[in-house]
Design a protein around this ligand. Structure first.
Ligand code: DX5
Ligand code: ZN
Length: 225
């Protein structure tokens, strides 16, 4: 099993103090900063773009994990690569040319991820899994923090895990399996057991007070410590 990574979603941070908030969760043990980009078109909410990513970058000593909830994808994917993203993930329904978008992200020097909404089938992985660095399973419908975990995501994580393991066994390629939405201290153990190795948590971390304590509790529960 791969090392567990905890990725606080700054969607639930205090937006008036984003640099401080990012530094605080990194000091508290965050492995990645999850950066939710919403366009009021692909999802019914509007958040932050590449300029904010660029401004945040000097405050962030861990990889920035950009989750694009935008349509179209390609222009913003390139802009985020230039703005300091390390990982860029997008939803297959939002791209007209998925293989091309993955190549564009790699050409920008970033890792590429594909994101699956709760009702989106894993069939989109069929011809591109061996080009991906990350598969992201949404356990809520995208657009908002603070929603409840959808249990069917556990079945989907298990299916994605076996597909990833088969590719890794064949090619040696490392592909992370990330989960996003409603991840809490009391459900992360079952999510880890289903196969996730990278855990986005927004409201659980930023709504919980002591970031270090919550990140440690999430990690301990995920690793069975
Ligand atoms: C939802 C976002 C999530 C969100 C998770 O569209 O992609 O990253 O911030 O928030 P919680 O952990 O509160 O469900
Ligand atoms: Zn997200």
């Amino acid at each position: 099993m791969k090392t567990c990574q905890i990725a606080p979603s700054i969607l639930s941070a205090d937006f008036s103090r984003l640099g401080d908030e990012a530094r605080a969760v990194i000091a508290g043990g965050a492995d990645l900063i999850h950066f939710d980009v919403m366009d009021n078109h692909y999802v019914p909410n509007l958040t932050i773009g590449p300029m904010v990513c660029e401004a945040l970058k000097p405050h962030v000593s861990v990889p920035i994990d950009v989750h694009l909830m935008v349509r179209p994808v390609d222009r913003l994917a390139s802009d985020f690569a230039k703005a300091g993203a390390a990982i860029i993930s997008f939803h297959p329904e939002a791209s007209d040319h998925i293989d091309r978008t993955i190549a564009l992200i790699h050409d920008g020097g970033c890792k590429a991820g594909l994101v699956f909404n709760p009702a989106t089938p894993l069939v989109w992985l069929d011809h591109v899994l061996d080009k991906l660095d990350l598969v992201l399973i949404m356990s809520v419908n995208p657009g908002f923090g603070g929603q409840s975990f959808i249990p069917e995501a556990l079945n989907k994580l298990a299916l994605a895990r076996s597909r990833i393991d088969a590719i890794t066994a064949r090619t040696g390629r490392e592909i992370r399996l990330e989960v996003d939405g409603g991840v809490k201290v009391d459900n992360i153990a079952s999510i880890a057991k289903a196969g996730a190795d990278t855990f986005v948590a927004g409201s659980a971390i930023f709504g919980g007070g002591d970031y270090k304590k919550i990140i440690a509790a999430l990690r301990a529960a995920a690793t069975g410590a």
